[in-house]
Design a protein around this ligand. Structure first.
Ligand code: CMC
Length: 387
């Protein structure tokens, strides 16, 4: 270095184009052990977290782990979420009347961006304690918006939320205008708890970068949703179901997979940047959907496709350890719950907002702007040679 000027030859090389193995933050929220296939969330193995908590409990555990003070209890979160759903229902007509989106996830992006980063005391959700108003508003709104958009696509009007109900239960009810079975509520809670947080994935990293600029919680959530919707992240389940439909019959499984892999296609629901073994969340969902459907034909077919895909991927990519990721059984589970495929990513977001907002809380306490560097490989002004 010469003074504060970095010489061209001193710029460090890019560690890896996808920032593989770069540790970008310290967090008390979750830990992904890709070799052991283990996920720890707020101090629990994910399988135990699902047994210990419903979604409200998982939100409380995550926000407490993020250092939120005073940390709300699960009951306080439930109460606040009910109010947030009610407040969100008030602006559904404005959202529906300004429709510019093509998919539910795009509509959710618009709907969430209607929320204020710093909701004032005159806001519809003013009864929610100020220190959790923005994150709770995002969580409540995501459920109400998703249900209303799905219904609007089917030509149905929105159903008003019930502030006294549990979050998962009320979401299914306002989606269908019919009370769900207890097993369905349990399955959706298991799903939402399991995906609530997952290390430094692309959307969470996005949320932390935005939070580091002090842009605010809702801005961070909207940005994170934009990162989530891509098919390499949270947009995979829809294509998983398309794949199962396209394969269609048992006889077609192997030829279809061989054709796709030979053509260079990526099979949706397989592979992961961190897991080198089966994603532990895939097991939670496989179990949940098997209980929910009593292992129906669709689930059996999905299992057969999964086994054949793993065999085909191992034969075609012997140098890579590609296994089933959670999106595979997310697709089958949410389909069994009657969630239309273009809303699956929105339901993922409804749960992941718990993690994003916890990371925002953590990042805001760190307080330092995330601002990495790039290595310039373009042309230098005439007369200057790149070193
Ligand atoms: N199907 C076929 N080949 C694959 C797949 C797949 N699903 N995943 C990885 N590969 C191949 C890839 O083509 C590459 O082969 P080659 O070196 O011959 O080109 C090799 O395996 C290594 O791939 P990579 O690109 O280094 O792996 P990555 O860590 O960048 O990719 C991934 C991770 C999730 C983007 C990728 O596995 C993928 O595209 N999977 C399909 C989409 C999917 O299921 N997404 C959900 C991800 S999990 C949930 C979440 O993050 O939200």
């Amino acid at each position: 270095m010469s003074g504060n000027v970095t010489l061209k030859s001193e710029m460090p090389a890019v560690t890896a184009s996808g920032l593989d193995n770069v540790v970008a933050a310290e967090t008390a929220l979750s830990h992904v052990d890709g070799e052991a296939g283990r996920l720890i969330v707020a101090g629990y193995d994910v399988e135990e977290l699902v047994k210990a908590h419903d979604f409200e409990g998982a939100v409380a555990a995550l926000w407490a782990a993020a250092g939120l003070e005073p940390a709300p209890s699960a009951a306080e979160i439930r109460n606040a979420l009910g109010r947030a759903r009610e407040a969100a229902f008030g602006y559904i007509p404005a959202l529906l009347s300004s429709k510019r989106h093509e998919t539910v996830t795009e509509g959710l992006r618009t709907g969430l961006s209607m929320l204020a980063d710093e909701p004032g005391e005159d806001a519809a959700d003013r009864d929610i304690p100020a220190h959790i108003r923005a994150p709770v508003s995002a969580l409540g709104a995501a459920a109400v918006i998703t249900a209303a958009l799905v219904r609007a696509e089917a030509g149905k009007s929105p159903v008003a939320p019930d502030r006294h109900a549990g979050h998962a239960e009320d979401f299914i009810r306002i989606l269908r205008d019919e009370a769900p079975a207890a097993a369905e509520v349990e399955a959706l809670n298991a799903y939402m708890v399991t995906v609530a947080d997952h290390g430094m994935n692309a959307s969470t990293f996005t949320a932390r970068v935005i939070a580091s600029t002090k842009a605010g919680t809702i801005s961070a959530v909207v940005g994170a949703l934009c990162a989530l919707k891509g098919p390499l992240h949270g947009g995979a389940p829809g294509p998983v179901l398309d794949m199962l439909d396209e394969i269609g019959t048992r006889e077609n499984i192997e030829p279809w997979l061989e054709r796709k892999i030979a053509g260079g296609a990526r099979l949706m629901g397989f592979g992961h940047r961190v897991y080198r073994v089966r994603d532990p969340r895939a097991d939670v969902f496989n179990k949940a959907v098997t209980i929910l459907t009593n292992g129906n034909e669709r689930v059996r077919f999905a299992r057969e496709v999964e086994l054949a895909a793993l065999k085909a991927l191992r034969a075609a990519k012997p140098g890579h350890r590609i296994d089933t990721n959670m999106e595979y059984y997310t697709a089958v589970l949410l389909e069994a719950l009657g969630i239309p495929r273009d809303a699956v990513t929105s339901v993922f977001a409804m749960a992941r907002i718990a993690g994003w907002t916890a990371h925002v809380m953590e990042q805001e306490r760190v307080g330092r702007l995330i601002r990495p560097q790039s290595r310039y490989v373009g042309h230098w002004p005439e007369g200057e040679a790149a070193a």
